[in-house]
Ligand binder design. Structure first.
Ligand code: ATP
Ligand code: MG
Length: 267
């Protein structure tokens, strides 16, 4: 899955990244889903190990355009993982209290502690995406945020946080289909916002803003992955693989008992 990793200081052009890509995976959807189930089982035990060892912190960031599939990804990739050890933090438009503070104030409070895995559904990156596209703060303010984000994430990493960031890459046609599906099915109307259509018109501006994010904030300690996301099963497969590989790389161990259990006999 290394082909989806954004190297530090890259010059990514999103138009060159195929959202329909299914990589080297030879099987189709069925085989992909079988693979995901295996990875799910591994993720479940790795999460238990993370909790038991109580040493590492794990932060998973999801960013995408509307209908990009953040919610579905979270539902499927973390299916079966013990909800007691995983927490989802969703970041909506900031409240007035949050706006009275620096943009990382509300973010820092949600970061994981030892043994915890936290999923960000949207994140501090909104502060250089929607905020930039809609001119919510002047350029001289948002342009400094790339460095501020890098420093913040470095601090988290130096304090034991493993950070993974996923941009779910769909294209305009796929978004149209997904919006249309929401419109056609009354049980999906709650997900449809007229505002999403206005955002859709600004697609090129968003792509431009995303390219800056990917090029300026993919670091060794907090890398971005560009996930081909038109095909949901492949999207889930890529993310599950990266998560499992990364957690296995932590070489976690179950802690030994603090007491001597030799010869303990239960009557
Ligand atoms: P879905 O993708 O399923 O529609 P959602 O994450 O879009 O879910 P919504 O309630 O529709 O949830 O949208 C949340 C909105 O909050 C998004 O438009 C997002 O851009 C906006 N938002 C998040 N963070 C900020 C921020 N810092 N400043 C301004 N707007 C923000
Ligand atoms: Mg929305």
């Amino acid at each position: 899955m290394k082909q989806y990793l954004v190297k530090p200081d890259s010059t990514v052009k999103l138009s060159k990244w195929d959202p329909n890509d299914t990589g080297d995976f030879k099987g189709g959807k069925k085989e992909g889903q079988a693979e995901i189930r295996k990875l799910n089982a591994k993720l479940e035990s790795l999460q238990e190990l993370l909790f038991a060892e109580h040493k590492h912190k794990v932060l998973v960031v999801f960013q995408a355009m509307d209908t990009g599939g953040k919610d579905g990804t979270i539902r499927r990739v973390f299916d079966g993982v013990n909800p007691a050890g995983v927490r989802v933090a969703s970041f909506k438009a900031p409240t007035s209290e949050q706006l009275d503070h620096d943009f990382l104030w509300r973010i820092h409070k949600e970061t994981p502690g030892n043994g915890e895995m936290v999923i960000f559904n949207r994140s501090h990156y909104e502060d250089v995406l929607i905020v930039r596209v809609h001119d919510l703060v002047p350029k001289k303010v948002w342009s400094k945020r790339f460095d501020q984000i890098n420093e913040f994430e470095r601090m988290l990493a130096e304090n034991g946080t493993t950070i993974l960031k996923f941009y779910l890459h769909i294209d305009l046609d796929e978004q149209k289909e997904r919006l249309q599906a929401r419109l056609d099915d009354s049980s999906k109307h709650w997900k449809f916002r007229l505002g999403d259509l206005a955002e859709r018109k600004r697609w090129p501006e968003y792509m431009n803003a995303y390219e800056d994010v990917l090029n300026k904030t993919s670091t060794d300690h907090a890398p971005w992955y560009i996930v081909p996301a038109n095909r949901k099963w492949y999207r889930d497969l890529v993310i599950s693989s990266v998560l499992v590989d990364t957690l296995e790389g932590l070489k976690m161990k179950y802690p030994e008992s603090e007491e001597n259990l030799d010869g303990v006999f239960i009557e």
